[in-house]
Design a protein around this ligand. Structure first.
Ligand code: C5P
Length: 218
């Protein structure tokens, strides 16, 4: 049994992909499984925290005790995040948010046309950057970075540019790790420190992340 080191703390965690509609039957999304975000939620609960889980469409069931806020689009996620973050001690952005959405959502199913069609996309809001920019009741804000090269450099740049307190970086170019996998390896960065967590199950890693985090909160 774990000591309840997060007792009294409220976490809001984003997980999974977002789904950006093109028309009533089609969408753009990505392969995020939600496993890492759900593992973080479970670990936080086991350590005594209260957990809000804002999740895109995934095939996992929420850990018992978590309050699930199901969303589809990045803009839905932003709305939920901005409602929950000010009442949270910690915000963790683990979701794979679509960077762009269709500029317009067709009211009716887009008809088959010529050999090429063009889709105009516009930038989605950066959910975690909005949370980190809160002027009042800003939670301790933790991001994720999936990189395929120069992990440390890119992760540290994101830590700074998005005004995060901590970032968890993983190398998604390694086969069997990251997206959709059960195992992962993470490097944690703060402005003044770093910690390498070698390959293990996402559930084990989630617990290690929570312990590293709890030391920072106290
Ligand atoms: O910039 P990049 O997408 O690599 O940053 C990843 C981090 O930012 C993750 O914590 C992710 O959940 C968050 N993010 C977000 N909203 C976006 C894009 C990324 O919250 N539109």
């Amino acid at each position: 049994v774990q000591a309840p080191v997060l007792l009294g703390k409220t976490f809001t965690i984003t997980a999974g992909p977002t789904r950006e509609p093109l028309d009533p039957v089609r969408y753009i999304s990505n392969h995020s499984s939600g496993k890492m975000g759900f593992a973080l939620a479970k670990a936080a609960l086991e350590l005594g925290a209260t957990v809000n889980l804002i999740s895109g469409p995934v095939s996992l069931s929420a850990p018992e005790g978590a309050t699930l806020f199901p969303i589809e689009t990045a803009r839905d996620m932003l709305n939920s995040a901005l409602q929950l973050a000010p009442q949270s001690d910690v915000f963790i952005g683990c979701a794979a948010v679509a960077d762009y959405r269709a500029a317009t959502i067709a009211e009716h199913k887009i008809k088959k046309q010529g050999d090429e069609i063009t889709l105009t996309m516009v930038k989605n809001p950066d959910v975690i950057a909005h949370v980190a920019a809160l002027k009042e009741n800003r939670p301790y804000t933790v991001g994720f970075a999936a990189e395929t090269q120069d992990i440390q450099q890119y992760a540290k740049a994101k830590l700074k540019n998005k005004n995060l307190d901590m970032i968890c970086a993983n190398d998604v170019s390694v086969k069997g790790l990251g997206f959709n996998a059960n195992d992962n390896a993470l490097s944690l960065f703060w402005s003044d420190d770093c910690l390498n967590l070698p390959t293990t199950s996402k559930q084990q890693l989630a617990m290690q992340v929570m312990h590293a985090l709890s030391k920072r909160l106290n």
